[in-house]
Design a protein around this ligand. Structure first.
Ligand code: PLP
Length: 405
């Protein structure tokens, strides 16, 4: 048997094993990855991949960063899990760090959970309590992705995700993207909250038109509705600011009432956070109205703290901004890339007419690059924030060939 056949047989074996014992919900996996280090991952045959997706904007520090590994292993050998009858130093330290980087006013509060969907579920329940429970309507935006659990799913725009699970959670209306008049027409004193991603990730990395978030904040204030910013994908330095809305060009100085975070926050450990800003906290959930067994778990919080501290010590905010600007410039010189959207290291590549994103991704994998076909005619890059220009060079060299096959 030659080497290529051996690799193919091995790939067939894990694919068969997968389909025998795992849910079909994700389709057939593209790779069987066994190891990671920094910006690279390896499959069972030893083939190396440059990881330009980072577990979908999760592995902010790359794979197995020493500071992250140390934090997790030390915490696991000290105190692993305790439930929310108790607290632990990493939980308090991570909440304090979030207060600091978001410059939160007093009264603000962090609720830890385990995922982005759960972070949005908590915000959804807070919205139900807004106005003493007398505001039944939540507004979300077309193109929005907020997660797959029933509450988060109701906020998610794509009908194909929601319809198989009807009846959904009631009270959510979706308004057209970027349309201030539509929001003005929809919002009133029955509106509990507007949920919005500062940059819409899953639709292909899309920023709102200039002035839109300012107007959303004005209209929510006037109506007495909460503004919930879903920063699950855009937060934790992904755009080169701690959270995307803190970048004046994205957030326009808007201060939200609730921020949700997950993905990059744990750098690969499951954690979510729902953060109430200022007195939003006092109006919302009371003791006993929400909970989670794992949320605030010491190991997940230790991982989160290592992520935030390493972003500081390795100066990754500036690095992410600079690398993202340079990468955008390089990408725009390549024939077949019409437009690059997003900021920092959350980038959407709009492809020229006739280029097929799925075929490009398949060719990229073959060539050793992990990239994502985020939407029709669009690729997404969300590499580890530690990635360098030198790491990216082989990809930029290969990309013209990958685009045109
Ligand atoms: C990924 C994502 C979610 C859902 O997070 P999970 O951890 O998969 O539940 C919610 N909102 C946004 C903006 C996301 O990108």
């Amino acid at each position: 048997m030659n080497e290529t056949n051996a690799v193919t047989d091995q790939a067939q074996t894990w694919r068969d094993d997968f389909s025998r014992v795992l849910s079909p919900v994700f389709g057939s996996p593209q790779l069987d990855l066994v190891r990671g280090a920094g910006v690279h991952a390896w499959d069972a045959s030893g083939k190396e991949y440059l990881d330009l997706l980072a577990g979908i904007a999760v592995n902010a520090l790359g794979h197995c960063h020493p500071a992250w590994v140390k934090a997790i292993t030390e915490q696991a050998s000290t105190l692993g899990h305790i439930s929310n009858f108790f607290t632990s130093p990493p939980q308090i330290a991570l909440a304090e760090k979030l207060h600091e980087i978001l410059d939160l006013p007093s009264g603000s509060a962090v609720f830890f959970s385990n995922s982005g969907a759960e972070a949005n579920e908590a915000a959804f329940k807070m919205a139900r309590r807004a106005g003493g429970g007398s505001r039944p309507i939540i507004i979300a935006i077309e193109g929005a992705f907020h997660g797959r659990t029933m509450g988060a799913l109701a906020l998610t725009a794509k009908a194909a995700y929601r319809e198989p699970f009807a009846p959904g959670v009631p009270g959510v209306v979706h308004i057209p993207y970027g349309d201030v008049d539509a929001l003005a027409a929809a919002i009133n004193d029955t509106t509990a909250a507007v949920f919005i991603e500062p940059i819409q990730g899953e639709v292909g990395v899309r920023q709102h038109p200039a002035g839109y978030l300012t107007k959303v904040r004005e209209l929510t204030r006037e109506a007495g509705a909460l503004l919930v910013l879903d920063e699950v994908q855009s937060g934790v330095a992904r755009t080169g600011s701690w959270f995307a809305h803190q970048d004046p060009e994205i957030g326009e100085g808007v201060v939200p009432d609730i921020i949700t975070s997950a993905k990059g926050l744990g750098g690969g450990m499951p954690i979510g956070a729902t953060i109430t800003v200022g007195d939003a906290n006092t109006k919302l959930l009371e003791a006993g109205q929400h909970g989670t067994t794992f949320g605030g778990n010491p190991i997940a919080c230790a991982a989160g703290l290592a992520v935030l501290e390493t972003i500081e010590t390795e100066n990754l905010l500036a690095h992410t901004r600079d690398t993202g600007e340079w990468l955008t410039e390089q990408l725009l010189t390549i024939e077949g890339i019409e437009k690059v959207t997003g900021t920092g290291l959350l980038l959407g590549l709009e492809l020229a007419e006739g280029l097929n994103e799925k075929a490009i991704v398949a060719r990229a994998l073959e060539a050793g690059f992990i990239i994502n076909p985020v939407a029709p005619g669009r690729l997404r890059l969300a590499p580890p924030l530690i990635i360098t220009k030198d790491d990216l060079a082989p990809f930029l060299t290969a990309l013209p060939g990958l685009l045109h096959g």
